[in-house]
Design a protein around this ligand. Structure first.
Ligand code: B12
Ligand code: SF4
Length: 469
């Protein structure tokens, strides 16, 4: 059975990030014999509705697949909700095509039933899309009713018990042929690449275990290196790892980096990624640098051991010093990401964190102030009876951004934090600030301008280089 599916990328945020999830889903679908087309709204301009209408008529898909990467920008101080245009799009599609509509993506998978109901689509796929999309398309094209019992991750309207689809990425057929990745590299400054799925961390606030699962599923190191070679052939050479945490587990990170080095790719590429401060050592830092690693953004969260323990992180403040020293020795630029304002945060713990950063001096410090609360996380349970910033009523699965800020900081915490930071330009902030210090990548036209002028790499690294001149 081979049906027809039209995939839509709805992520129009700038700088543009290529829809890697759609690349992977499309490769699996095509491999199964399906006919696949992409309509990429991020690369479309005025008049796109007419072009989409024409495509719907000529291609006449059985199924329309919509990817949702971001629900919101995750920042308390900006609180940008990104789903509304998708709702308008779904309603327009229903008027212009008889095809069924399925939602998927990491953003979608954070709140699968809430978003399906809010967007009024026909189906959703919670979790990995490859195997599920094939089964769903086959059912829809054969006019059979798709059932959650037969299709992993399928969500239907009104569903109470959604189960995540988790495939073994080592068994997936993949390529990066669907999206215009050459153009995305020119416009977005780097391309993503995934080496595994899932995260076994227990951090109380995190959406990744919700969307990706806690079971880690590895790709083979050779497959990762093959994909880098494919992307190099499109002219791209700066890559951002799309794992939740590249160094969890440590042995897999090592295997991937060794394969990159073995093929001599380390000299041709620039690598960036998200890593945990632990497990990390000088050996890994050196290998990362040899494999083309230029920068690492570590989820450090706090410099207070008390806060790290509340957030259920498995590193200490001392580890931040050790890890940074290893990176400095290996010549890797470091960004420490902070998540401030969680349960138990006080002026004292804030000061402890900022002073640690000022003492150990990472190249950059990214500040998030206030924690986005996601339904189903330990944080959501912990603060259920507390006052939150944003509406909890009529907010299914907390799809509209809701934030937690420790009571001790609510009145003057931000002012206090700003005073602690002072004029230290290593700190990036998601609030009104200079263009060089703006940590929000959403609609960051200064960043986009730097990319247009030729800058490549992780966004924080591009901003760092811009300051240095
Ligand atoms: C790497 C990364 C980045 C990199 C991207 C680099 C690059 N060139 O790709 C950078 C640093 C640039 C970045 C920026 C931002 N990010 Co980010 N990022 C990630 C991360 C770690 C990986 C995303 C990814 O590519 N995954 C790999 C792909 C293959 O997985 P996938 O997209 O989920 O696709 C699979 C399934 O979802 C499904 N699927 C996908 N589409 C479809 C469609 C259909 C029809 C079907 C059936 C299935 C399906 O199948 C796919 C294969 O299995 C995620 C967290 C995570 N672990 O996923 C956060 C994450 C997506 N980011 C997030 C955010 C908030 C942002 C920013 C908005 C931050 C900001 N304010 O600046 C920006 C947005 C940038 C933009 N233009 O979109 C949040 C979104 C949360 C939310 N509330 O919406 C996440 C979830 C992190 C988090 N836990 O908070 N990010
Ligand atoms: S913060 Fe990092 S380590 Fe913790 S659960 Fe999320 S992705 Fe995993």
């Amino acid at each position: 059975m081979s049906g027809k599916i039209l995939l839509l990328n709805t992520n129009r945020m700038r700088p543009r990030v290529a829809p890697i999830g759609l690349d992977y889903v499309a490769a699996a679908l095509e491999h199964s014999g399906a006919s696949v087309k992409l309509f990429d709204l991020a690369l479309e301009d005025k008049g796109h509705r007419a072009r989409l209408k024409k495509l719907l008529k000529t291609f006449s898909p059985d199924l329309i697949g919509i990817t949702i990467r971001n629900i919101d920008d995750c920042y308390f101080l900006s609180g940008q909700f990104l789903v509304e245009p998708i709702r308008t799009l779904v309603s327009w599609l229903k008027k212009n095509s008889p095809a069924k509509i399925v939602l998927g993506g990491v953003g979608y998978s954070i709140a699968p039933s809430g978003l399906l109901d809010y967007l009024a689509a026909d189906y959703g796929i919670f979790g990995d899309g490859e195997a599920a999309a094939i089964k769903l398309l086959n059912a829809v094209a054969a006019d059979k009713e798709p059932l959650p019992s037969n299709i992993p991750g399928l969500v239907v309207p009104g569903a109470k018990d959604c189960r995540r689809a988790e495939t073994d990425p080592a068994r997936l057929f993949r390529n990066r042929k669907l999206a215009d990745n050459a153009r995305y590299f020119r416009l977005g400054g780097q391309l993503g690449i995934e080496t595994k799925r899932g995260c076994d961390g227990r951090c109380i606030y995190c959406a990744d275990p919700l969307a990706k699962g806690r079971k880690i599923r590895l790709r083979g190191a050779e497959a990762v290196a093959d994909e880098i070679e494919e992307l190099l052939s499109y002219g791209a050479w700066a890559f951002h790892l799309c794992d939740s945490e590249f160094n969890r587990p440590y042995a897999h990170a090592t295997a991937v980096l060794e394969e990159i080095v073995r093929r001599g790719l380390g000299k041709k590429i620039a690598l960036s990624g998200y890593l945990s401060p632990m497990p990390f050592d000088l050996e890994l830092a050196k290998l990362y640098a040899q494999a083309g690693g230029k920068g690492i953004c570590f989820g450090s969260d706090s410099g207070s051991d008390q806060m790290l323990s509340i957030l259920k992180r498995d590193h200490t403040a001392q580890d931040l010093d050790t890890t940074l020293t290893a990176c400095k020795k290996a010549g890797i630029k470091v960004m420490y990401d902070l998540l401030l304002g969680g349960p138990g945060e006080t002026r004292k713990t804030l000061a402890e964190t900022i002073r640690l950063m000022q003492k150990i001096k990472p190249d950059r410090v990214g500040v998030s102030y206030g924690l986005r609360v996601y339904a189903g996380t330990p944080l959501a349970r912990l603060v259920a009876k507390e006052e939150l910033m944003g509406a909890v009523e009529h907010n299914p699965e907390l799809i509209f951004p809701v934030f937690y800020l420790a009571p001790a900081l609510r009145k003057t915490g931000l002012e206090y934090l700003r005073n602690l930071i002072g004029r230290d330009s290593r700190f990036l902030l998601p609030a009104k600030t200079t263009k060089e210090q703006n940590y929000n990548y959403s609609g960051n036209l200064y960043l986009e301008k730097l990319i247009t002028k030729g800058a490549r790499g992780a966004y924080w690294h591009i901003l760092l280089n811009a300051v240095k001149g």
